[in-house]
Design a protein. Sequence first.
Length: 106
Amino acid sequence: MIAVRYVLPAVIVLAGFVVLLLSDTLTGLEGLAMGIGVGASVLLLNVLYRIGVQGDLERDDEEAARVYLDEHGRWPDDDAAADAAPPDAPRASSTERRHSSARRPP
């Protein structure tokens, strides 16, 4: 996949430079501009695709966490705190634990 993401755009831009070197006219300069434009477009398309896939993975993780919440009555990241605390002790949410650990006295 690295070949499609990075090597293909580089080869296209390189082909634009080859066209510039082989042609002494304005056509060579147009070929260079075309190669740079197409190479940048392919690279940008790959970046945007990766951003879209990342969002899908995050939504899948969130859905799995919600299914876990429905089955167990707590978030998956609250398991360690629930196991360590005595059964009758009140449980702190993950947000409260995060904020309390950030405010430790010096």
